[in-house]
Design a binder for this molecule. Structure first.
Ligand code: SF4
Length: 470
C-alpha cells in the first residue's frame, strides 16, 4: 500500500536529539576526540558522514589516529562473511588498548548490528563495547551516548524494521569539498535469495523529492561539483509514496539544479525503464556511466536468486541503453559459487560478460548469510571450485577491460581532479565522466576543477593522459 507522503521522523524528535547533542557537548567528563571506522558500501559512508556531523555537534573533534581517539565507532557491514569478520577483528583489537586506556569508549553500529541476535552477542562476547545500535536508530546516537556516559553502563539498542522512519535535518560532516553523496531512499523490497540487505536495511522508504532537491541546491551553493545519488535500488525511487516523482523524473529535476555531474547507484536491471534511459541520454549533467549488477549469466541461477529478469531481458536493456547512450560505460556485480551452480551455468556467466563488454566488474564468491533463502539451499559449492571459477572470471573480465580501455586512447575526457598522485608530485588524478581514474601531468591548483584531458595510454584499471585545450 503506497503512503501518502514520505515517512519522516517528526521534526520535534530531531530537534530533541540535537538538543541532546548540545547537552553532551556541555558534559564535564566525556570523550573529546573520535575515530569513525566505516565498512561496506557508499550508503554506510554517507551514514558515517552523519555520525561525524553529530559527533561535531556533541563537541568532539577527529583524532589523529584510532589509537589516540577517546571514542572509536565502527560502522559495520554484513553483506559478506569476510566484511563482518574484518569488522569484529578490529573491534576485538581495541580490547587490548582499553586495558591500558580504560576511559576509551567503543561503539559498534551499522548493518551487522541490525542482524537478529547481534545485540545480545555483543553484550555477551564483547564486554569492552560501550554502545551498540542498528541501522534504524542512527538518529538516537547522542541519546545512547549520553545514557552510557551518565550511567557508566553499557547501552545496546536495535530497533525493529517498522521503526525505520527517515531522519531529516541531522547534522552532516561531508568527506569531500567537491563530491557529495545524497541518499534518496532507504531499504530494499527485492529479497534476492543471497542478500541480507532487506533484513538489515528494512523496506523501501523514499525521501521526499522536495528534500532531495533542496539538499542538491545547498550543495551547489557550497561548490560541490559532483553528486552521487544513493539507494539499494534507486530505480524504484518514489514507488512507495503516492504522487511522488519517479526516479527518472527526480533525475531530470536534479539535472535542472545545475551541479556539473550527477551519478547514481545502485540500479536493479528489472527497473531500468526507457524513461530513465531517455533522461540519461538527454540530461546535461548526468554521467554516462551505469553500474548495472547482473550477478549471473544463467537463467536457472537468476531465477533461484529471485532476480526477476532473464539473461535475454538484461541484454535487451543493455541494447536499449547503448542505442540511446552509445558511449555509456557499464560496470556490474557478479557472483560465482552460488548454490547449485554447475560448470555450464558458470560458463554462461563468462559468456554474458564477453557479450556485454563491461568496463569493469566487481566479482564475488557467494557468501552464505544466515536468514537468507540461499543459505539453506542444497548444492553449496566447495571453496576450491569457487576459487577456480572466480580466477577464471577475473581473467575473462581483465581481457575485456584491457580492450575497452584501449578504445579510450585518443579521446578527450572531462576529469574532476581529486588529488596529487601519491607516487609522483608532478601528476594529478581524478575520475572522468565514465568514473574511471585518469592520471596526467598537472599541479595541485587543478584540484576541484573539471578539466579536459586527452587519453594517451591505458593501464589495468586506470587511464593516463595529458591536459588538452580547455
Ligand atoms: S536488490 Fe537484491 S542484491 Fe540489491 S540490496 Fe536488494 S535484495 Fe540485495
Amino acid at each position: 500500500m503506497k503512503r501518502t507522503e514520505a515517512i519522516e521522523l517528526p521534526a520535534e524528535e530531531i530537534a530533541h536529539q540535537r538538543a541532546l547533542m548540545r547537552e553532551f557537548a556541555a558534559l564535564e567528563s566525556r570523550p573529546h576526540t573520535y575515530c569513525v571506522v566505516t565498512y561496506g558500501c557508499q550508503m554506510n559512508a554517507r551514514d558515517s558522514e552523519t555520525l561525524e556531523g553529530m559527533l561535531s555537534e556533541m563537541g568532539m573533534t577527529p583524532a589523529a589516529s584510532r589509537e589516540e581517539a577517546d571514542f572509536v565507532i565502527f560502522n559495520t557491514c554484513c553483506v559478506r562473511d569476510n566484511a563482518q569478520r574484518r569488522a569484529l577483528g578490529n573491534v576485538v583489537w581495541l580490547k587490548e588498548l582499553k586495558k591500558t586506556r580504560p576511559e576509551l569508549m567503543v561503539a559498534v553500529c551499522g548493518c551487522m548490528m541490525q542482524q537478529p541476535g547481534m545485540g545480545e552477542q555483543i553484550l555477551r562476547q564483547y564486554p569492552f563495547v560501550d554502545v551498540a545500535f542498528g541501522t534504524h536508530n542512527l538518529y538516537r546516537f547522542a541519546q545512547l551516548m549520553l545514557q552510557a556516559v551518565r550511567t557508566r553502563r553499557r547501552v545496546v539498542e536495535v530497533l525493529g524494521d517498522d521503526e525505520g522512519s527517515i531522519p531529516e535535518e541531522l547534522p552532516v560532516r561531508r568527506s569531500s569539498p567537491t563530491h557529495a553523496y545524497i541518499t534518496i531512499m532507504y531499504g530494499c523490497n527485492n529479497f534476492c535469495s543471497y542478500c541480507i540487505v532487506p533484513y538489515v536495511r528494512g523496506r523501501e522508504r523514499s525521501r521526499a523529492s522536495a528534500r532531495i532537491l533542496e539538499e542538491a541546491r545547498q550543495l551547489k551553493d557550497e561548490g560541490i561539483k559532483e553528486i552521487m545519488l544513493l539507494g539499494q535500488n534507486v530505480n524504484s525511487y518514489g514507488l512507495d509514496v503516492e504522487g511522488e516523482l519517479s526516479f527518472a523524473q527526480l533525475l531530470a529535476a536534479l539535472d535542472g539544479v545545475g551541479i556539473e555531474r550527477i551519478r547514481f547507484m545502485t540500479s536493479h536491471p528489472k527497473d531500468l525503464s526507457d524513461e530513465l534511459i531517455e533522461v540519461m541520454a538527454t540530461g546535461k549533467h548526468i554521467c554516462h556511466a551505469l553500474h548495472l549488477p547482473v550477478q549471473h549469466g544463467s537463467d536457472r541461477i537468476l531465477a533461484s536468486m529471485n532476480r526477476r529478469y532473464t539473461r535475454e531481458r538484461y541484454m535487451e536493456r543493455v541494447r536499449a541503453l547503448r542505442e540511446r547512450v552509445p558511449d555509456v560505460s557499464l560496470t556490474t556485480d557478479l557472483i560465482v559459487g552460488y548454490p547449485g551452480e554447475t560448470e555450464e551455468d558458470f560458463e554462461q556467466t563468462c559468456d554474458l560478460v564477453r557479450q556485454v563488454g563491461y568496463d569493469s566488474a566487481f566479482t564475488f564468491i557467494y557468501s552464505p548469510r544466515v536468514g537468507t533463502r540461499a543459505a539453506d539451499m542444497p548444492g553449496q559449492i566447495d571453496e576450491a571450485t569457487s576459487s577456480r571459477r572466480i580466477q577464471k572470471l577475473i581473467a575473462v573480465q581483465k581481457e575485456i577491460t584491457r580492450e575497452r580501455f584501449a578504445g579510450y586512447i585518443g579521446q578527450v575526457h572531462s576529469v574532476l581532479v581529486d588529488e596529487v598522485s601519491k607516487r609522483d608530485e608532478t601528476q594529478v588524478a581524478g575520475k572522468n565522466e565514465y568514473n574511471i581514474t585518469v592520471n596526467f601531468p598537472g599541479s595541485r591548483e587543478l584540484i576541484g576543477q573539471i578539466v579536459r584531458v586527452k587519453i594517451t595510454s591505458a593501464g589495468e584499471s586506470t587511464l593516463r593522459g595529458e591536459l588538452a585545450q580547455q
